[in-house]
Design a binder for this molecule. Structure first.
Ligand SMILES: Cc1ncc(C[n+]2csc(CCOP(=O)(O)OP(=O)(O)O)c2C)c(N)n1
Length: 278
């Protein structure tokens, strides 16, 4: 069922809060991949606050939907979401990436409740997702697998090996997203290693492809529901996003791929997120 206007408003409010939480974690950690966390926040919010069938009190629940953050450097974003969902105390976020903390910059599935796959080395998450989705099929389980990739990550050849396998096995319980913020670590994707025509590439690999505004909840919801209804093929949802989304001075700025924030800059960032000056 399409998201109602009320549900959309509620998700937007949640995303504002989560973006502020991510800013806090970045301050506590001394630095984080904040730009790419902010660009994927709306997709994460739609998944975790509406579509994913999970039980935060029982992270290992066998029938849960799986989520793989293939762009694992976005751990600062996922960590904030999982804390807010109640997988662990928000206080733990103060230790994010500190010595002896369970949280590294890239989340470890053996240490952080709710993390279905340890990622960080780009290019592996889609293969893991294919394996998980096949596992569900072999076990005759109906849970779904969701995977979020970076656009720069799609430079990795292993992404396309996984794409071939997902098509070959007709894994229609697999939904992937590309956070198409048009940037990678060191510049614009089209300058460093061009990806276009990206949608056509996924289609050529046999995927059902949807292209959306990755900050528009009606579009995100419709695309996820379309993927859930698709039979015989995996779906790729290309989410056009803005790196640093929500924080005016970070938006579309490659230097905010990874950055440090002090409390003064954090206040400015939060004012921007909540509608104050940027
Ligand atoms: C195999 C591998 N090579 C290099 C890196 C270093 N690295 C971290 S983030 C990043 C850029 C990724 O770009 P993108 O997927 O577009 O991420 P986003 O812009 O959404 O943050 C790179 C190259 C890595 N984590 N893994």
């Amino acid at each position: 069922m399409p998201l109602s206007p009320e549900e959309i408003r509620s998700l937007q409010a949640k995303a504002r809060q989560l973006r502020c939480d991510m800013v806090d974690v970045t301050v506590w950690a001394g630095g984080a991949h904040i730009g790419g966390a902010l660009s994927m926040t709306d997709v994460l919010t739609a998944l975790y606050y509406h579509y994913l069938n999970v039980k935060p009190a029982e992270p290992g629940w066998p029938e849960r939907d799986r989520f793989v953050l293939s762009k694992g450097h976005g751990g600062v974003g996922l960590a904030a979401v999982l804390a807010d969902k109640g997988y662990y105390s928000k206080d733990l976020l103060k230790e994010f990436n500190h010595f002896k903390s369970p949280f590294g910059m890239h989340l470890d599935g053996n240490k952080v409740p709710g993390v279905d796959a340890s990622t960080g080395s780009l290019g592996h998450g889609l293969s893991m997702s294919v394996g998980m989705a096949l596992g569900a099929r072999f076990q005759k389980q109906s849970w779904r697998t969701y995977c979020l990739l970076g656009d720069g990550e799609c430079n990795e050849g292993s992404v396309w090996e996984a794409a071939m396998a997902a098509h070959h096995y007709k894994i229609d319980t697999l939904t992937a997203f590309t956070d198409r913020n048009h940037m990678m670590i060191d510049g614009r994707t089209e300058d460093i290693m061009s990806l276009e025509p990206l949608a056509e590439k996924w289609r050529a690999f046999g995927w059902e492809v949807r292209e959306i505004d990755g900050h528009d909840y009606a579009q995100i919801g419709a695309a996820i529901e379309g993927a859930q209804a698709t039979k015989g093929a995996p779906t790729m949802i290309i989410c056009n996003t803005v790196k640093g989304k929500g924080v005016g001075f970070m938006e579309d700025q490659v230097k905010w791929h990874y950055g440090s924030i002090d409390s003064e800059l954090a206040a400015k960032a939060k004012a921007s997120i909540t509608g104050g000056a940027s």
